[in-house]
Design a protein around this ligand. Structure first.
Ligand code: SF4
Length: 268
């Protein structure tokens, strides 16, 4: 089945944020003072997430990406991956993670049916990494990447946030690290939701509005047709079917800006 929006764009990709919590505090994602995280009751439980997955897959989605916050801090994440992987029609199941917990989870995730991993890495300098993540230890992330490779995840893509271009010293160093370690790099120019500043991902499809194929589901059940828009449809209030219909019908041709979205709550 083909799911089309009113601009005849095929919508086959759902990004699911399973938590707004994270074990890092990246400066371009979280404000210094942190964010007020959602309560347990506000977070969708697994069966609510599965309801959305089953409906959208029936309607034409075949690619699912699990994001956060940091998805690996969500309790029972391996079980959730297994349940989503078991949904007939899910062809591509991927995750975006900061890799800090991958040494523990890489193998169980692989066995549960996760197909691909993207890891956020903006520098390979330990001090710079600690600054960007407000205290993170780069050794944990690099070990996580290594373990994921050993387990068999291939290709592993590295999401490298840049200011202007991939010629910046940190980006060049991450590029070399990827070349030396058989990893694929993508450059993501730092976005600004409020100002509506975004660019197409270099090495990816994100930010290319004319062929946008995605919807997003937040961890508290808001179906969002566009990252750079405040449109959102609450699946608990409207039901999944109506929320999906409204999201598809009202999906904007191009992103503008958003005052409601925040990266740790929507997973980029
Ligand atoms: S800004 Fe909106 S329409 Fe454009 S690529 Fe991103 S999600 Fe799609």
């Amino acid at each position: 089945m083909l799911m089309l929006d009113k601009y005849n764009r095929r919508i086959n990709y759902l990004r699911i944020s399973v938590t707004d919590r994270c074990n890092l505090r990246c400066i371009y994602c979280m404000p210094e003072e942190g964010i007020k995280t959602l309560n347990h009751e506000e977070i969708l439980n697994f069966s609510e997430i599965l309801d959305v997955v089953q409906l959208v897959v029936k309607q034409g989605v075949d690619k699912i990406r699990i994001t956060g916050g940091e998805p690996l801090v969500r309790r029972g994440i391996v079980e959730l991956i297994k349940q989503i992987a078991d949904v007939e029609g899910v062809v591509d199941l991927a995750m975006t993670t900061n890799a800090v917990l991958l040494p523990k989870f890489a193998k169980p995730l692989y066995d549960a049916g996760l197909k691909r991993i993207n890891v956020s890495l903006d520098t390979i300098d330990a001090l710079q990494f600690s600054k960007i993540t407000r205290g993170g230890n780069i050794a944990e992330t690099l070990t996580g990447i290594k373990v994921a490779q050993e387990v068999g995840f291939k290709p592993i893509k590295i999401n490298c946030v840049i200011q202007q271009n991939s010629n910046e010293p940190d980006a060049r160093a991450v590029t070399k690290y990827c070349e030396d370690n058989n990893l694929q790099i993508r450059y993501i120019r730092q976005m600004d939701l409020e100002k509506g500043l975004f660019w197409q991902v270099d090495g990816g499809e994100g930010g290319n509005c004319k062929s946008c194929n995605r919807l997003r589901l937040t961890s508290n059940g808001l179906l969002k047709p566009c990252l750079f828009s405040d449109l959102e449809y609450n699946i608990r209030e409207l039901g999944v079917e109506q929320a999906l219909e409204l999201a598809l019908t009202n999906k904007p041709y191009c992103g503008t800006n958003s005052h409601r979205n925040y990266f740790s709550g929507i997973g980029g």
